[in-house]
Design a protein. Structure first.
Length: 191
């Protein structure tokens, strides 16, 4: 055999059969192809805006700031504000917090965070109807400078797809992240 010649190789299937016969093992059936679950993942991403959990987190984002502001002076007067704040967390975020009554500490520490979450939530969710109903807020204006312009249909389509549906898909996930930060602070100070 010359140096450049390669020895003949048996097909892979024959090699596997010979190895299996020599060891006395039965040949296993081939594995099925892996499932493509990208459609399921996409559906879970899209439907998040329409779940009850999303709207409970939005309700917590809207209520946490005013409740926190009211709890500061009431805690100074001796009211059980820690219990009220734990109840709000339990009812809207679904997390049971048990522990000491440090309502004043949580109320004062959480007010800036809750204000930020309130502003982001109100602004982000208001962009959805504002951009889906774009023709109503820009009636009679010139569409040539609008995003998606120079036609009315192009400007409306751009605003509806990017601003309306885009924020409809983004806000539940942003709200989930903000609620996780709020929950972490509440767990640290209320339990």
């Amino acid at each position: 055999m010359a140096i450049s010649e390669k020895p003949e190789q048996k097909p892979r299937q024959e090699q596997e059969q010979e190895q299996g016969q020599g060891q006395g093992q039965e040949q296993k059936p081939p594995l099925p192809p892996p499932r493509d679950d990208s459609a399921v993942r996409a559906w879970l991403f899209v439907r998040e805006a329409f779940t009850a959990g999303t709207w409970r987190r939005v309700a917590y984002a809207l209520l946490a700031f005013p409740v926190g502001v009211l709890c500061v002076p009431l805690a100074l007067l001796g009211a059980p504000t820690g219990r009220w704040q734990r109840g709000l967390v339990r009812r809207l975020l679904g997390r049971e917090l048990s522990g000491s009554s440090r309502g004043l500490a949580h109320a004062t520490a959480a007010v800036p965070l809750n204000l930020l979450v309130l502003v982001v939530t109100v602004y982000g969710w208001s962009l959805v109807p504002m951009n889906l109903g774009w023709p109503l807020r820009s009636a009679g204006s010139d569409y040539s400078d609008a995003w998606g312009g120079p036609t009315f249909a192009g400007a409306w389509a751009f605003h509806a797809i990017v601003g309306g549906f885009g924020f409809l898909l983004l806000m539940p996930w942003l709200g989930r992240a903000l609620a996780a930060v709020q929950l972490r602070l509440a767990a640290a100070l209320l339990s």
